[in-house]
Design a protein. Structure first.
Length: 391
């Protein structure tokens, strides 16, 4: 599988992973017990304070005894809502609609239980002065099931109270689930980006090794023993330096150029009289951060298409500048007009550079290439956000 196919396969795999439905986990939808219990207590405490306050404002008599009765049913309401919380914590359907339906359904028996407790407290344990009159009226309407009708009537009114809390609990759980899904999606994106950066980085070394070994073979065939030994030592130094670096790592521009000089030392063995290197780098940009080996494919192309086919001296010029908050690198090589035109490449090397920049920095970075303005050379320009922090 060639480099282009590998890159396409990686993109397809990344797209499928990010488009796939996230795995559902019931634990994601669970609400923190402190939040759940706190909301239960807060809801019933607010009910108690509002009801008692309104009764006092209207001047209703004997509010102290009513407050005591109300306190008992509030405690009962807290316990019933806590049981509802326990049920909802154990029942976690996947879809939001099913979860909400389960919550509203589970509230029904607990509302009936609460209404029965409310009837017991206010009609049997601590009856009010007008309680007997209310019971008499209910018995005249429903001689057999007056208590049941009171409970049902009370349940209808209280159901919405319980339903609001149940819906709030489901909403909290759903929000937690969405946050967990987002965290996992971000994790997947980071893993995919890391895998892509590594794949793009490792496309550099095989391409470079092929060119270098081919050159080394040429030297051996020519009997250039000394030059071959020098190239092998330089190759060893370059590989030791480049392979020891994490492909996700950022290095200073000064370090990146030092790595490229190791590579150019290898090529200098092949073209001692043809290769000329010029570097223009302001001192304040030496610590600018760049992706490691980002210049490698560009320098390789300059050697392959500029130096290799020529008969005379060819200059490779590297210039760095800061423009509008961006680090701009310009790599230009001469072209010998008398040299035979080499076969056009696949564009893998420069496409690799552009893809690495876009993967790491997004639209804030880029790479362009083409003939120089005077038509006597080839130029590659790349730009990325200027950062001088510790790389």
């Amino acid at each position: 599988m060639n480099g282009t196919n590998r890159k396409d396969a990686l993109r397809d795999q990344r797209a499928k992973m990010l488009a796939a439905a996230p795995d559902w986990r019931a634990s994601d939808a669970r609400v923190n017990p402190r939040v759940a219990i706190g909301s239960i207590i807060a809801m019933w405490l607010i009910y108690f304070l509002i009801t008692t306050g309104l009764a006092m404002l209207t001047g209703a008599p004997d509010q102290w005894s009513y407050a005591q009765r109300r306190g008992i049913v509030v405690v009962a309401g807290i316990l019933c809502t806590f049981v509802l919380y326990q049920l909802l914590q154990r029942a976690q359907p996947q879809s939001f609609g099913a979860r909400l339906a389960a919550a509203l359904g589970a509230a029904v028996p607990l509302v009936v239980l609460y209404a029965a407790i409310n009837l017991t407290v206010f009609y049997y344990w601590f009856p009010a002065p007008d309680t007997a009159k209310i019971i008499e009226e209910m018995q005249s309407k429903f001689p057999v099931a007056w208590e049941t009708m009171l409970i049902l009537d009370s349940s209808i009114r209280w159901y919405f109270f319980f339903a609001v809390w149940a819906a709030l609990y489901v909403a909290f759980g759903y929000a937690n689930e969405m946050r967990a899904v987002e965290r996992r999606a971000n994790h997947f994106r980071m893993e995919a980006q890391t895998a892509q950066l590594r794949a793009l980085h490792y496309q550099v070394n095989p391409h470079f090794l092929f060119n270098t070994l081919n050159s080394l073979s040429t030297l051996v065939l020519k009997g250039s023993k000394s030059e071959a030994e020098t190239m092998i030592m330089n190759l060893s130094s370059f590989l030791r330096s480049s392979l020891a670096i994490d492909p996700e790592q950022l290095v200073s521009l000064d370090e990146e150029i030092a790595l490229q000089r190791l590579y150019l030392d290898i090529e200098q063995t092949r073209f001692p009289d043809r290769l000329q290197v010029e570097v223009t780098m302001p001192g304040e940009l030496k610590n600018a951060c760049v992706p490691v080996l980002i210049l490698q494919p560009i320098i390789e192309n300059a050697i392959k298409y500029g130096v290799s086919p020529s008969k005379g001296k060819i200059a490779i010029r590297l210039a760095a500048s800061a423009e509008h908050g961006l680090l701009v690198l310009r790599i230009e090589n001469d072209i010998d007009p008398k040299a035979p035109a080499p076969a056009s490449g696949t564009g893998l090397g420069l496409g690799n550079v552009r893809e690495r920049l876009l993967t790491r920095y997004g639209p804030a970075a880029g790479c362009e290439w083409g003939k120089s303005d005077d038509g006597g050379g080839f130029v590659v320009s790349l730009w990325l956000p200027l950062a001088k922090e510790a790389c």
